[in-house]
Design a protein around this ligand. Structure first.
Ligand SMILES: *Cc1c(COP(=O)(O)O)cnc(C)c1O
Length: 361
């Protein structure tokens, strides 16, 4: 068996030790006589798995007690609707910062449930930057402010968190959750599709400040009401059991092999620096994102020639560097270097870029 370096934006690479452990436990989990995939979600064995997963997430992210952790389905895209249905409330309006396709989609979806104010956008420069805080004015009657903290497609991230005063901040952390410490108390709600940095596809994490739940719009379907899932401990219906188990293994890896989020951040910053340092000195490749807003999870770059980009992607794949093609809407290349991408993978990519540059100059 030989594993490639997989730079996919999501679903994405998982720690090899986690995969091996899952493989070892696949047919029989502990002495339960069954696979986690076969267990009743109401069984004591699975309840213990889910409880342990939540405890680990709370510990790793230092989640305060007045926040609930939910294990949902439907991806981040379902949160684009669930957030406004639950939080838009009587004010009927919310502020959105648009810094990419996902936050734009979130804003569009929210318009179905109330008034959406786009308080800032970086669309004018194809989302290559993050608007400055001094240029953003929030509406006093906004029920919440929504942003996407790391823009997976464009390779940018917020270098700051806006001060929204008493207005709850809602953030899509799909492609940066667990990549570095965050102060959860600064948010009203955090959501993330798990398939980038946490687990296989099928699980959506929601971390919500308790007092924000229970005010859903009257027509909100039961399954889309945060209060339903809070009341039922994410077990109103069958949860994504296998993904929760995998999430727990990844958290165990993060805590005990990596050493927590501070250590993870250090590793991620170092990996990203290797790539950006090379890009800053390259004559062939350019990074479109402005330096202040560069993502440490998704690194985008181009040659400026779409045919050459294509050749690079194909050649890289032949060299065991897979899924390096940029998002279909922007072209070029994108290296997603999430937590589980080893530094050796980034070094192999840079080495290959260097050789490609030499043979194409
Ligand atoms: C991938 C991604 C999404 C979409 O997630 P789904 O789980 O496919 O719905 C939304 N926001 C961000 C920031 C993403 O990276």
């Amino acid at each position: 068996m030989s594993r490639v370096y997989n730079f996919s934006a999501g679903p994405s690479t998982l720690p090899e030790s986690v995969l091996r452990r899952a493989a070892a436990e696949l047919v029989e989990y502990g002495s339960s006589g069954q696979s986690v995939m076969e267990m009743s979600h109401r069984s004591p064995e699975f309840e213990a798995i889910a409880a342990e997963c939540e405890e680990r997430l709370r510990r790793v992210m230092s989640i305060p007690d007045n926040y609930k952790v939910l294990f949902l389905q439907g991806g981040a895209s379902t949160q684009f609707a669930m957030v406004p249905m639950n939080l838009m409330g009587e004010n009927g309006c919310a502020d959105y910062i648009v810094t990419g396709q996902f936050s734009e989609k979130a804003a569009q979806e929210a318009q179905k449930f109330g008034t959406v104010n786009i308080v800032a956008s970086s669309k004018d420069k194809n989302f290559t930057y993050i608007p400055e805080p001094k240029n953003i004015q929030f509406n006093a009657n906004a029920s919440y402010v929504h942003l996407c903290q790391n823009n997976t497609i464009y390779g940018t991230r917020f270098p700051y968190l806006p001060d929204t005063g008493n207005i709850p901040l809602v953030a899509d952390l799909s492609s940066c959750i667990l990549s570095e410490p965050v102060d959860v108390s600064k948010y009203g709600l955090i959501y993330a599709g798990a398939q980038k940095n946490v687990a296989p596809a099928g699980l959506t994490l929601v971390i919500i400040r308790e007092d924000l739940a229970g005010k859903a719009l009257p027509y909100t379907p039961t399954m889309l009401n945060y209060a339903t899932h809070i009341k039922n401990n994410s077990m109103y219906n069958t949860p994504p059991c296998w993904c929760i188990y995998m999430c727990s293994l990844v958290l165990d890896w993060l805590e005990n092999e990596i050493g927590g989020l501070e250590a993870m951040k250090e590793i991620n910053v170092r990996k990203a620096k290797i790539l950006y340092d090379y890009l800053d000195h390259s004559k062939l490749f350019k990074a479109p994102a402005v330096p202040e807003a560069r993502s440490i999870m998704n690194v985008t770059f181009v040659t400026g020639d779409p045919d050459l980009d294509k050749e690079f992607v194909a050649e890289a794949a032949k060299n065991g560097l897979r899924n390096i093609k940029g998002h279909r809407s922007v072209g070029g290349m994108r290296a997603s270097i999430y937590n589980a991408m080893p530094q050796a993978g980034v070094e192999a990519l840079v080495k290959f870029m260097h050789e490609f540059e030499k043979s194409h100059s």
